[in-house]
Design a protein around this ligand. Structure first.
Ligand SMILES: Nc1ncnc2c1ncn2[C@@H]1O[C@H](COP(=O)(O)OP(=O)(O)OP(=O)(O)O)[C@@H](O)[C@H]1O
Length: 277
């Protein structure tokens, strides 16, 4: 297991118990969505994975080593954390310098560093923006710079805090492909998200946090099949799931491919519709 958490409890100095006896393990290559309402403890949990917070009790193991025995610098070689707010992370005077910072700090040889930086810029759609000052970019672009900076560190585990917030459609598609590719490369992705369409299309497993504890941990499809209509709660079910329910379908669909397959078995991928005048 690349991540193993056992009975993790954490309290803020004001006495708030943000995590209460949380236990779970994640295998290499898994794509895990961490979901839950505001204040459920998602960000607090993610911050433990990179050593920004340390448990009051319980243990965290990353790649077989106890996290409490590792410095933040050592953890940074294994777990990359992309902050929800990129401005908590960005500091350099150009996109390239920002993305180079991590691999330089980790002392990758120069050829490897160049390769990692180019790959991260390409995968995040920033190759044309490489010379810009991050502060002159939009929020969505800055979020992708923060992501590229973490990708370039080539960590086996990547933790994303609300990756799709503020992203346009093309960027959400790019992010989805990136999550799929990371999983296919055997890298582990944990993402905090309220975006259930993104979760259904790109993740294998859901961990649902409620009041600092885990109330569901299992495959995305199984969770959606039993989830009540959540309108008015913390998140909406995926559009395809809601549509299937409105149509009175038995069982659950959650993805566009699943919906098309259910509607017309064997139909294959949707045809490309030309938008040319
Ligand atoms: N610095 C802090 N000091 C005291 N309590 C805090 C602090 N940060 C968070 N909390 C509390 O800890 C609990 C968990 O907060 P956390 O930010 O981890 O939740 P979250 O699930 O990430 O929420 P959101 O979806 O709003 O980002 C909440 O009750 C929150 O009010």
């Amino acid at each position: 297991m690349i991540v193993r958490i056992d009975s993790l409890t954490f309290r803020y100095p004001n006495g708030t118990t943000a995590l209460d006896e949380v236990s779970f393990s994640v295998a290499a290559g898994e794509r895990v969505a961490i979901v839950g309402s505001n204040g459920a403890g998602k960000s607090t949990l993610a911050r433990h994975l990179v050593g920004i917070e340390r448990p009051a009790s319980g243990t965290i193991e990353i790649a077989g080593r106890r996290a409490d025995g590792l410095s933040i610098a050592e953890l940074a070689r294994t777990v990359g954390f992309v902050f929800q707010n990129p401005d908590d992370q960005l500091h350099a005077a150009s996109v390239t310098k920002e993305v180079e910072f991590g691999p330089r700090n980790l002392r990758f040889p120069s050829a490897r560093r160049k390769e990692l930086v180019e790959s991260a810029l390409r995968r995040t759609g920033l190759a044309q923006t490489r010379d810009a000052h991050p502060h002159h970019l939009s929020l969505g672009e800055r979020k992708r710079v923060a992501l590229a900076a973490v990708l370039a560190m080539d960590t086996p585990v990547v933790v994303l805090d609300e990756p799709t917030t503020g992203q346009d459609h093309a960027s959400v598609v790019l992010l989805g492909k990136l999550v799929d590719d990371l999983g296919a490369d055997g890298r582990t992705v944990l993402a905090i998200t309220h975006d259930m369409d993104f979760c259904a299309e790109h993740f294998d497993r859901v961990i649902l946090l409620e009041d600092g504890g885990i109330s569901w941990d299992g495959p995305v499809d199984r969770w959606l099949a039993q989830a009540a209509d959540t309108a008015g709660q913390a998140f909406e079910l995926p559009q395809m799931t809601r549509l299937g329910r409105r149509l009175g379908w038995e069982g659950s669909v959650s993805t566009v491919t699943g919906f098309v397959e259910r509607l017309a078995p064997g139909a294959g991928p949707a045809p490309v519709v030309s938008t040319a005048p």
